[in-house]
Design a protein around this ligand. Structure first.
Ligand code: ATP
Ligand code: MG
Length: 473
């Protein structure tokens, strides 16, 4: 049956016996009290044993597969072919070993084996699960996922650290990178576009750390974000005017707060006739316009060569006649070129930064400029920033897991040595529900936009009512 992809060699060596590593026994002092009733404990115990047994069978079958399959020939095999081969080999081995499994277990096992051979093993089911946003691996036995803004521990595990390392290696070698003791961390992009980061021992102390930001094919658009309560319709109308009239915008926020999603949604307001160049570490943005040039910066290779930094991309982009430049994230010396671009005719450029408020965002920019080694008086730095940046949009992940645009702040100029800003919209928190959901609403602050005249001139005559604050209920 499985002749096509079978290695042409003598009988395969017998599969080695699976031996469990001795488990550490917790000292009695710290042992958990056995307070669960036997009626509850028994099925749990049975389930655990079943999982252990399935794990052992899987390991044996996996070895048998590696011994039997001609991996080189697999490259050209279709999925259907491979599934048939796997099913045939596993039936044969199960029969040989007198192991009887029900249909469902057999199907699960074959799927897991397929994922091991072709995909990313235990990660595969999580990658396919559309409700999962992030996958976070803390060593082989602990995998968390983020669903609806909340972290949850899954029951998915790797067999051991070697298994986890093998999957990491598979991912990074596919993109021509290496990760080992001397290069213990790596950033990569998975085939499906997901962003992948791994750090391996000894830097990762308790086993490899992996973080995956899943790629969403259908990025959240403005309408989705309004529907999900990320901001309201008035804010959307204001943002449309801001993007269309080419204000320079910075999206500020913490890790995973929705910065890239916001940037992507904002870009939908750009006119289709404009030439847009995007620069990212890992290409995540999905612009809908026709005229888009995408760039992805590249870290140095194993020999420390071949780096193309975001700054290199940005400098080059300026020679490519862009109407707008979008930088996925500004975090280093590229800030200089970004501000310069914003100041010199590439109005309507956008980027994101890691910061917790508009004011904090401005300090971050100042720090980045200082770190880039630019010796300029603080006042001059601030004046550069204030003339380059028009708008700071704050994205936040609140404690109940919801992601909201908590503030829209305009940069209006300089007052003495200080950059002056005014908040135009904000998310007003009013309390908490008994199940810890935040109660609040979006409101204008009552300040009329500094740019309302510009909006009007460009044909975006926003009604004065959108700047009226909403009274708390
Ligand atoms: N308003 C929202 N409602 C629901 N989910 C959202 C919202 N905004 C973003 N998300 C989801 O949250 C996850 C993180 O979003 P995103 O990648 O935009 O964050 P980020 O701030 O750019 O993160 P990082 O700091 O890691 O770059 C994504 O999976 C995205 O689909
Ligand atoms: Mg991002």
């Amino acid at each position: 049956m499985f002749s096509k992809y079978k290695k042409t060699k003598a009988a395969p060596p017998p599969a080695p016996k699976v031996t469990e590593a001795p488990k550490a026994v917790a000292p009695a002092k710290f042992a958990r009290k056995a307070n669960a009733s036997a009626a509850v404990a028994a099925p749990l115990d049975k389930e655990r044993k079943r999982k252990e047994r399935m794990g052992e069978i899987k390991l044996e079958l996996h070895r048998a597969l590696l011994d039997n399959l001609n991996l080189a020939a697999l490259e050209s095999a279709t999925d259907t072919d491979l599934r048939q081969e796997i099913s045939a080999i596993s039936s044969e081995v199960l029969q040989e070993k007198n192991i009887i499994l029900n249909r469902e277990d057999r199907q699960t096992l074959n799927q897991e084996l397929f994922d091991e051979v072709m995909g990313l093993g235990p990660l595969e089911t999580l990658l396919k699960d559309d409700t999962v946003n992030d996958i976070l691996v803390n060593g082989p036995q602990q995998i968390f996922v983020e669903r609806d803004g909340k972290l949850q521990l899954t029951d998915v595990t790797f067999k051991d650290e070697r298994h986890l390392l093998r999957i990491i290696d598979k991912i990074v070698s596919a993109v021509g990178r290496r990760v080992d003791e001397s290069n213990p961390y790596v950033d990569a992009r998975l085939k499906d576009g997901s962003r992948f980061n791994a750090m391996v021992p000894p830097i990762a102390v308790d086993g490899s750390l992996v973080s995956i930001r899943k790629f969403k094919k259908d990025k959240l658009g403005i309408d989705d974000l309004v529907e999900f309560g990320a901001f309201n319709e008035e804010m959307a109308a204001y943002l449309q005017a801001a993007v269309a009239t080419r204000l320079n915008i910075i999206v500020s926020g913490g890790t995973g707060s929705g910065k890239t999603t916001t940037l992507n949604a904002l870009s939908s307001f750009i006119d289709n006739a404009e030439r847009i160049l995007t620069i990212e570490d890992t290409a995540e943005l999905q612009l809908q316009q026709t005229h888009v040039g995408r760039m992805e910066s590249r870290p140095p290779n194993v020999e420390g060569k071949g780096e193309v930094s975001p700054r290199d991309c940005l400098k080059n982009a300026l020679r490519m006649r862009p109407d707008r430049i979008i930088v996925g994230e500004t975090r280093g010396e590229e800030v200089i070129d970004m501000l310069q671009a914003m100041n010199t005719g590439h109005d309507g450029s956008m980027t994101t930064i890691h910061a917790n408020s508009a004011r904090d965002g401005v300090s971050r920019l100042e720090n980045m400029i200082a770190m880039a080694g630019i010796e300029m008086p603080l006042k001059a730095v601030r004046s550069q920033i204030s003339s380059a940046v028009n708008l700071i949009v704050q994205a936040s992940r609140l404690q109940d897991g919801s992601r909201r645009m908590t503030s829209i702040t305009e940069v209006t100029g300089m007052e003495g040595e200080v950059i002056s800003m005014q908040e135009v919209f904000r998310y007003q928190r009013v309390g908490l529900t008994p199940d810890n959901k935040i109660i609040g609403h979006f409101t204008a602050t009552g300040v009329r936009s500094h740019y309302s005249e510009r909006f009007r001139m460009w044909g975006y005559d926003l009604p004065a009512s959108i700047y009226e604050p909403i009274a708390a209920e």
